[in-house]
Design a protein. Structure first.
Length: 737
């Protein structure tokens, strides 16, 4: 459904005229009039975009992060939301931004960052594409906008072999050997080069077979038994990777080039066999860049001797160096335990033996081919300390890591604080017992897209689970007492899943990879969702919904999202004149079911998921009529009413029998208290209910019966339902001021 403005002026003028005269109903102690209104359901008119929005995803993108510019001195950007997503608009070779006044209607602005290239030296950035999941924020200390992101680290200039290593020293040594081998075959034909490389492999094989593990070899190096075994296995595997002809290397045109790429890598690895080189076509690193403006241009951070701003106390970082890469992380996670890490417990014999041997935080099945994506910066409001979080992908799993920075946003990490924070499939990262398995969350093999929030002494990490192409991509929350954990993922019963999609839904698929944005004292979650709302796939667009802090059944503060939605919702942003004032009203109800209460009608919480049993809706009793009353301390200006239906088809309703507004109006120079009424306010059943299969009907949650009208000064609202069986109401919004 698309909002249309062309009808708005006409509709409002008619509504105002009707309200000035009203439609007389009858005599009573207080005069009663029919109120002219619009219910936002006409497919031709659409909905009023000045009051409402719907997540129809006009901006095609993924992994959106969003900021609001609240600096009134910045006349160019004040009052605008800026979004920085993963986007195909720039071919994935840069970062772009959009801007909006309401987080829904986005306009493309410009590219804000592209990898640097030094024309004088001919040196380009290590980033060669796939700049994913950028995040921009304003840093008061430096008066700069800071951009963090991840990018592919497989450029021909810096990593043409697409390899990852256990340390920067291993990487440097291996590439020195690679340069030697390349030099030795320079000028040779491909056929001759293949023969030369094959000879290197055979010579190194013979040498490795002569080496005694743990004893210095003739080359002065000491090889572990596992490294020797792995290197010799790799050489043996060449028999299956190369093309041969009668026992010799195949020299046909179709085989020569294929053999060359295999043999070149194998020869380098054989000659540098004391170092493990892990092939990884998905090798990523993290970058940081700065700008004076939210629209850029952002400049990649470097720390090069002889250049302006060089810090001799920090790492030397050139255009060819990621700010953080797997080689920086491996040494600390494999062999080091930070003060925040808890010892591994309840693993099998092999897992426990490995943990004791290495003394680290990652196991054998979590080592190979690590890559880093989805970086997130966080400032602890208690200490002012700065932290970075990222998703580490390795082997067939992923997990979230965190580290404290030593100073500003471009300062070196405090490596000793490097900590693993999550384990896929478990509530906590260190406990491998069956009782700690998070089967209810359905994480599959993914923990990614971290975001950190502080509230009331607790640190909340929200992250995405499952694969982004899946309909079941979702956002969960974990809680800790410190920024680096240990974190515990909340269960479904505790309200652990913030965003998700129920398997039978046909209106939302794969909502996830989010950011949080603060506006006017409220928190909003910005996320992507699939255009294929039924099956889910890779093409995504941006959405947003409000986050409400509440307490779960255990009394723990948690985040609840009034979404994901594909329904008409109150607009957000500086151009929206009205807000929900229902929470300020005294609310009562008749015919309340045992265990229910009127307090659930204006607590700000809309129930979306069937598994959120901790979250209560208002439930009626067995009588055939229920009246809900909202009373304000004084007359309030009201513009619209939204009554949210139940998430459950079994307790849904299809219309509101009567709505009464006690209003104050000047008539013929005399101020009168009158009652304006709406009868048979309908709920859009076609849009919000799937009843195609009898016995399998379901709601598309988050839908409301809506009445929009010209401004009214309202003191009390009475909402009456007539029903044959008990009903439930999820929430009531009154848009006013």
């Amino acid at each position: 459904m698309k909002g249309k403005k062309s009808w708005l002026v006409k509709m409002l003028s008619l509504a105002i005229a009707a309200i000035l005269g009203f439609s007389f109903v009858g005599c009573a102690k207080q005069e009663v009039y029919r109120l002219s209104y619009y219910d936002e359901t006409d497919s031709e008119k659409g909905f009023n975009e000045n009051l409402f929005y719907i997540n129809d995803m006009p901006a095609a993108c993924a992994d959106p992060t969003c900021i609001y510019i609240d600096d009134e001195t910045d006349t160019e950007n004040y009052g605008w939301f800026y979004m920085y997503p993963t986007s195909s608009l720039y071919g994935g070779f840069g970062v772009v931004c959009y801007r909006s006044r309401d987080m829904k209607t986005w306009e493309y602005v410009c590219p804000v960052f592209e990898p640097a290239y030094d024309e004088e030296t001919g040196q380009g950035s290590w980033m060669n594409g796939r700049l994913w999941a950028p995040e921009v924020f304003y840093d008061e200390e430096s008066d700069k906008y800071i951009l963090f992101g991840s990018a592919s680290n497989n450029s021909d200039q810096y990593n043409k072999y697409c390899t990852v290593f256990y340390s920067q020293e291993d990487k440097e040594y291996w590439h020195e050997v690679a340069a030697e081998v390349e030099s030795e075959i320079s000028g040779k034909t491909t056929v001759a080069a293949n023969e030369y490389l094959w000879d290197i492999v055979q010579e190194e094989k013979a040498f490795l077979e002569s080496v005694t593990p743990g004893v210095p070899a003739s080359d002065g190096k000491t090889y572990s038994a596992s490294r020797l075994e792995e290197a010799l296995d790799d050489i043996e595997a060449l028999n299956d990777e190369l093309f041969f002809d009668n026992g010799e290397l195949d020299t046909s045109n179709s085989a020569v080039s294929a053999n060359y790429s295999v043999l070149l890598f194998a020869a380098i690895c054989a000659r540098a066999a004391d170092v493990k080189a892990m092939k990884d076509d998905f090798a990523y690193g993290l970058y940081v860049a700065t700008s004076d403006s939210p629209t850029g241009p952002f400049v990649q951070y470097t720390n090069i001797p002889g250049t302006e701003g060089y810090d001799p106390n920090a790492r030397t970082i050139g255009l060819g160096d990621p700010f953080l890469s797997a080689e920086d992380v491996y040494p600390w996670l494999m062999t080091h335990q930070s003060e925040y890490w808890q010892d591994l417990v309840n693993g099998n014999e092999q897992q426990m033996a490995y943990a004791q041997e290495t003394g680290g935080q990652i196991g054998e099945d979590e080592i190979d081919s690590m890559t880093l994506i989805d970086v997130h910066p966080f400032v602890d409001p208690n200490t002012g300390k700065k932290y970075l979080y990222a998703a580490a992908y390795a082997a067939s799993t992923s997990y979230i890591i965190g580290v404290e920075l030593s100073g500003g946003w471009t300062s070196d990490p405090k490596w000793e604080t490097m900590t693993r924070l999550t384990r896929v499939g478990y509530y906590t990262a260190n406990d491998l017992s069956d009782s700690n398995r998070s089967t209810d969350l359905s994480e599959r093999s993914v923990n990614e897209g971290p975001w950190m929030t502080y509230r009331n002494g607790k640190y909340y990490m929200t992250l995405s689970i499952n694969n982004y192409t899946s309909k079941q991509y979702a956002v969960i929350q974990a809680v800790a007492d410190s920024p680096l954990g240990p974190f515990r993922k909340l269960t479904l019963e505790e309200g652990g899943k913030i965003l998700g999609s129920e398997i039978h839904w046909d209106h939302i698929g794969g909502p996830g990879h989010h950011s949080l944005c603060e506006y006017n004292g409220n928190t909003y979650i910005i996320y992507h969702s699939h255009y294929d709302r039924v099956g889910g796939e890779g093409t995504r667009g941006s959405c947003f919904d409000p986050i409400v802090w509440t307490k779960n059944a255990e009394g723990l503060d948690i985040m609840h999202c009034n979404g994901p939605t594909y329904s008409v919702q109150p607009k957000c942003g500086p151009d929206m004149e009205y807000e929900n004032i229902a929470t300020e009203a005294e609310i009562t109800a008749s015919n309340i079911a045992d265990g229910s209460g009127a307090q659930y009608l204006n607590d700000g919480l809309i129930r979306i998921f069937s598994w959120d049993n901790w979250l209560k809706e208002f439930e009626s009793g067995t009588q055939k009529e229920t009246t809900i009353t909202l009373t304000f301390d004084d007359y309030r200006t009201v513009r619209a009413l939204m009554v949210y239906n139940s998430y459950d088809y079994l307790t849904h309703w299809e219309e509101i029998d009567r709505v009464e507004f006690d209003v104050k109006k000047e008539v013929n120079g005399e101020e009168k208290e009158i009652t304006a009424i709406i009868e048979n306010l309908r709920f859009d059943t076609e849009r919000y209910i799937n009843d195609e299969d009898e016995g399998f009907e379901f709601m598309r949650p988050g839908g409301a019966a809506i009445a929009e009208f010209a401004e009214l000064p309202v003191k009390e609202i009475r909402i009456t339902f007539k029903h044959d069986s008990p009903i439930a109401v999820s929430e009531i919004y009154v848009l006013g001021k």
